[in-house]
Design a protein around this ligand. Structure first.
Ligand code: SAH
Ligand code: DHB
Ligand code: MG
Length: 222
């Protein structure tokens, strides 16, 4: 079992189950051309997120970490015409590419991209008092996952779903002695989850074109 096989199977799944999509492909091409890091979710993962948002009947989605807007497009397409997706990005160059990609996908009326560190834009969002998000995707810097999760809890309601990307990191998550701030962030988040009341949570390991990683899935049960 190796990364080459995981990638080949990912390509097979994509070919079989994910029809070619001009806006998504253009978003990846523009992101690559602009030199953005190739760390967006894979097509199959994007569709998985979209499926979860649809199952959730989500009308309001929050995304922390936009990059070029690839996962944003998948998620925004899960929403009804009057739905809203707020996505937070700290890097102005990434945000500019994302805005172009979102516009090209015809989703600019649904997507509200906020430029700035999520640690600053999240408290602002709370203060605006728009009501809870039904679905929250945490996918920014990993050392701040515990903080993002606390904000996500505040911005959600009973029944909201919170998904956290990159919680396995090639299995390095189990290295308690790791000095990598990303790993420490993920481990502190798991600690937080293990102590938290009013949630139902698990984590799923994934392999594929992006290697070996995983998602945490948290339902707010009240
Ligand atoms: N969700 C995207 C990938 C996001 S990659 C997709 O799957 O298509 C992580 C992103 O988080 C990067 O664009 C990075 O610039 C952004 N980021 C890192 N630190 C951040 C912060 N403090 N606030 C907001 N965004 C941040
Ligand atoms: C990285 C970030 C991500 O969000 C991801 O999905 C993969 C890798 C990174 O910063 O290395
Ligand atoms: Mg990620």
């Amino acid at each position: 079992m190796n990364e080459k096989l995981w990638t080949a199977v990912d390509e097979y799944i994509t070919e079989m189950l994910l029809p070619a999509d001009a806006a998504l492909e253009a978003a990846l091409e523009a992101s690559n051309a602009a030199g953005l890091p190739p760390i967006a979710v894979t097509p199959a993962q994007g569709k998985f997120l979209q499926l979860l948002a649809r199952l959730q009947g989500a009308r309001r989605v929050l995304e922390i970490g936009t990059l070029g807007g690839y996962s944003t497009i998948w998620l925004a397409r899960a929403l009804p015409a009057d739905g809203k997706l707020v996505t937070l990005e700290v890097n102005p160059q990434f945000a500019r590419i994302a805005r172009e990609n979102i516009l090209r996908a015809g989703l600019d009326a649904i997507v509200d991209l906020r430029l700035g560190s999520a640690l600053e834009t999240l408290p602002q969002l709370g203060a605006e008092g728009h009501g809870a998000f039904d679905f929250i995707f945490i996918d920014a810097d990993k050392q701040n996952i515990p903080k993002y999760f606390e904000f996500a809890c505040q911005l959600s309601r009973t029944g909201s779903l919170i998904i956290v990307d990159n919680v396995v990191r090639d299995g390095r998550v189990i290295d308690a002695k790791s000095h990598d701030p990303d790993i420490q962030g993920i481990r502190r988040f798991n600690q937080l989850l293990s102590l938290k009341q009013g949630i139902c949570a698990t984590a799923i390991q994934t392999v594929g074109a992006k290697g070996y990683d995983g998602f945490a899935i948290v339902l707010m049960t009240g």
